[in-house]
Design a protein around this ligand. Structure first.
Ligand SMILES: Nc1nc2c(ncn2[C@@H]2O[C@H](COP(=O)(O)OP(=O)(O)O)[C@@H](O)[C@H]2O)c(=O)[nH]1
Ligand SMILES: [Mg+2]
Length: 347
């Protein structure tokens, strides 16, 4: 049973798309309901993640990619997870594109998402926004994120293809290695190739890739040079995206499964924490935090105590184990009163 809004999203109405993305950003029940209504109509869009440090030229590159995508006769939705501040030197993608030739193009939908609030929420909201664009029938969904945190890595690693953008002169390839961004790259782009030192970055990335012996059946991430401000090299990037898409097509189910598994785990964790919040007595969590910091109790026992409070007794899993394990039940630090065999309250 669909709402008017979801029907309009499925029709590709830009105002409905904008409204729907605002709803999922709020992380309330209305957003969850909307996703439930549109979900069966998703899974068709090709998700391209573009990540890199602030100021590396991601938005400029995305603007150029939009042009390539439109030239190929495809439609595109863009989500810019854009924490751009006056300090990073970047410009808000929306502004950049409003000034460009894509303004007023019905085949292009652009939305910025701010990093306000908690980070896990941002990854969820971004995933849901991608579903909205997917349901709206856009062929390609581009997601621009600043590749600094685990959250951003999570966002792009569930895309169909992940592009990592580096630039000369900042040493950010080293930062990328540290942040675990190297592992998720399907394509490396060395942007600002007009600048001194671009070839050194290419060699640096190639050297770090050579530490991983790629088998003949494996995709070795290509390292491409671009000049996003002039557009040089962007056609080659688009062609390489196409090559990867063909190469990985047999593997798409695996990626979709990985994305679904990651979303399910994430939503389960969030939903369980909400359940815990709703069941724990007021102030109980803070009391446990105090007790753990004061070494009056240990974190495992604290978790066991929370579990016995919020779950039916027979379902309490042992702390730290992913699955309920009936063989190793934790002793109840605070037994639930049982009418059959009354236990004295330890307090
Ligand atoms: N020299 C040079 N500057 C570029 C290039 N691409 C982008 N820029 C500039 O780099 C700055 C940051 O670009 P932006 O796309 O906002 O970066 P983002 O923060 O990664 O999205 C802007 O002033 C761009 O004009 C390039 O290929 N060469
Ligand atoms: Mg940007």
């Amino acid at each position: 049973m669909g709402s008017v809004l979801s029907t309009r999203v499925l029709d590709g109405d830009p105002r409905a798309i904008a409204r729907a993305i605002s709803l999922v950003e709020e992380e309330g029940q209305a957003g969850r309901d909307l996703v439930s209504e549109i979900y069966s109509q998703t899974g068709r869009a090709y998700l391209i993640g573009v990540t890199g440090a602030p100021g590396t030229g991601k938005s400029t590159l995305v603007d150029r990619l939009i042009a390539e995508i439109r030239r190929a006769g495809l439609t595109v939705g863009v989500i810019a997870v854009d924490p751009t501040s006056p300090f990073t030197g970047g410009a808000v993608l929306g502004d950049r594109v409003r000034m460009s030739t894509h303004a007023g193009d019905r085949g292009v939908f652009i939305r910025s998402m701010a990093t306000r609030g908690h980070l896990g929420g941002l990854a969820r909201a971004t995933g849901d926004a991608a579903l909205v664009l997917d349901a709206a029938g856009l062929d390609i969904v581009l997601i621009e994120t600043v590749g600094v945190g685990q959250d951003e890595v999570d966002i792009v690693s569930t895309a169909d293809i992940s592009i990592v953008v580096l630039v000369p002169g900042t040493g950010d390839e080293l930062q990328a290695i540290k942040a675990g961004v190297m592992e998720i790259a399907d394509i490396f782009v060395v942007n600002k190739a007009d600048r001194e030192g671009a070839d050194r970055v290419v060699q640096g990335v190639a050297a770090s890739l050579s530490l991983h012996p790629y088998g003949p059946a494996e995709w070795t991430p290509p390292i491409l040079k671009t000049e996003a401000i002039t557009g040089a090299g962007v056609d080659a990037l688009w062609a390489t995206i196409g090559r990867f898409r063909d190469w990985a097509s047999s593997d798409r189910r695996t990626r979709l499964r990985k994305r679904s598994a990651s979303r399910l785990r994430d939503l389960l964790a969030a939903s369980f924490l909400r359940h815990v919040d709703a069941r724990l007595p007021e102030g109980e969590f803070d009391r446990l935090v105090e007790a753990v910091s004061a070494r009056e109790t240990d974190p495992y026992s604290a978790v066991a105590k929370v579990m016995t409070r919020v779950l039916p007794e027979s379902q309490v899993p042992s702390p730290g184990s992913g699955v309920p394990d009936p063989e190793s039940r934790v002793p109840d630090p605070e037994p639930v009163p049982d009418p059959q065999s009354p236990v004295p309250d330890p307090r």
